[in-house]
Design a binder for this molecule. Sequence first.
Ligand SMILES: *Cc1c(COP(=O)(O)O)cnc(C)c1O
Length: 378
Amino acid sequence: MKKRLFTPGPTPVPENVMLRMAAPIIHHRNPEFMEILTRIHEDLKYLFRTTQPVVVLSCSGTGGMEATISSLFKQGDKVITVNAGKFGERWGELVRIFTGNCVEEKVAWGSAIQPERLAELLKEHPDAKGVCLTHSETSTGTAADIQTLSALIREQSDALVLVDGITAVGAHEFHFDDWGVDICITGSQKGLMMPPGLALVAVSERAQDIIKGQSMTQYYLSLKHALKAHAGDDTPFTPAVSLVIGLDEALQMIKAEGIEHIWKRHESLANACRQGCNALGMKLFSNSPSFAVTPVWLPEGVKWSAFNKALKNSNGITVAAGQDDYKDKIFRISHLGFYDELDMLTVIGGIERALKEINFPFEIGAGVSAVQKAFLGN
Ligand SMILES: *Cc1c(COP(=O)(O)O)cnc(C)c1O
């Protein structure tokens, strides 16, 4: 049976990326590797739409978040975090550890923070040193309007704009420089079509200045170290050499397709996925849907365990479960990274087969038909 992954990280890795990583290992201080790293540093600027440095850290996405908070802030610094799901919650946990002064704004799961509410928070906390946002909240499949939120923060305060873009970079339109963002993080196993193990962090000029003036509270996950090495197209420690080489290949694919096309492809796949679910009588969870992942309520009477077993064991398809309070209530279909239109027919077709196996009533082919129509027209 063919295995097919539809989870929002790890995501499928293209064959050419895997083949590049399988080549004999090279030393990270030899010219061949330095040449690759120099090219990656350029290409990451293309991906993030920036002229500022984007550093490559050997850790998963959370390591990029931790490096960010620990490098920018000191004990006592007030930081606003928006918690609209699992990953926004993580910003708060990090801020509490490193500054002990977190203003956490909770937003209902499935919704994004509204600009009016953020404006109130900024007014209440003029001394905030940073605002932590999540562009695509993976636990709820919900996208926030980073362009508007960032503009608002820049207008009303001196707080840094920190964006967890881990499932947004490569799925949603994003302009690091033009939108006035100070930090944006992504991880290799999400939109970059890579195995897990790298975090990429873009750092604005004013964030770089602040980092230079802070004393270090972490040695390994330090943006100060990473930026210093980046200036010489180098890394401070032994990088994950094979992953960095795979990243070079993935970035060539991204450039060949073109970032605008990639954003449009994700929007179109997400739209078709939602149409397919609707046509099967399943309700969508988010009121501001992400283009990376589609969360869906499990229909009345459908148990996650039975549905997941039918999907996995009989069809080789892995989707993601719900998290926390929504563990047995929703499931999440990913279309982030290396996916195309036929993949959406496959996943919705697989869901139909699983629903049939567990005797859930629906019209066979209705979901697949809706996906076809979303792509091909009526
Ligand atoms: C996956 C993810 C993370 C965490 O990344 P890890 O690579 O698991 O450390 C953080 N934020 C968002 C939005 C994510 O999707």
